[in-house]
Design a protein around this ligand. Structure first.
Ligand code: CA2
Length: 148
């Protein structure tokens, strides 16, 4: 089994820590990446950490995750609520997917209540700010170790 876990981030998450800290917190995406890398390393895993504002690039990264990693953690950002392409890409890989969000979409605007990605994921972690990433990582490792 590959000891690599992919963590993918969708549109606008490159702006983290610069705007709307009341919703998304004050940590940058690089801070979150460093935190995840350190936590994964403690459990003997490597991280592939990527962000894209482009739907098709995320589809390609999901396909790559299916080839190169054992689990996928994804914060699809706004594509959560719109993207059949991302849903199809996740369904086409045979590794488990965990959906994560910084905020709690269900407590926000009604258009955020629909998640296409949830329908292709083992589970969803949302509302814990940057901690959602660490909880997602724990969930992924738990799944992989339970399977081993
Ligand atoms: O809470 C989350 O993690 C979201 O995936 C964030 C998305 C939103 O569309 C989802 O409904 C929930 C938005 C990401 C925008 O990121 C920004 C970061 C800093 C400043 C502005 C936007």
């Amino acid at each position: 089994m590959s000891k690599t876990i992919y963590i993918l981030n969708g549109p606008n998450l490159n702006l983290l820590g610069t705007r709307e800290p009341e919703i998304y917190g004050s940590q940058t995406l690089t801070d979150i990446e460093d935190m995840c890398r350190e936590a994964a390393k403690a459990d003997g895993y490597d991280i592939g950490f990527f962000q894209s504002n482009i739907e098709g690039e995320l589809v390609s990264l999901i396909q790559e995750a299916g080839q190169k990693s054992s689990a996928l953690i994804i914060n699809p950002a706004a594509y959560t609520h719109t993207s059949v392409a991302i849903y199809d890409a996740i369904k086409a890989i045979s590794i488990p997917c965990i959906e994560i969000h910084l905020s709690q979409p269900a407590a926000r605007e009604s258009f955020r209540r629909r998640s296409f990605v949830a329908e292709a994921s083992v589970g969803t972690i949302s509302g814990f700010g940057a901690k959602s990433y660490l909880l997602g990582l724990q969930a992924a490792i738990h799944l992989l170790e339970a399977d081993a």
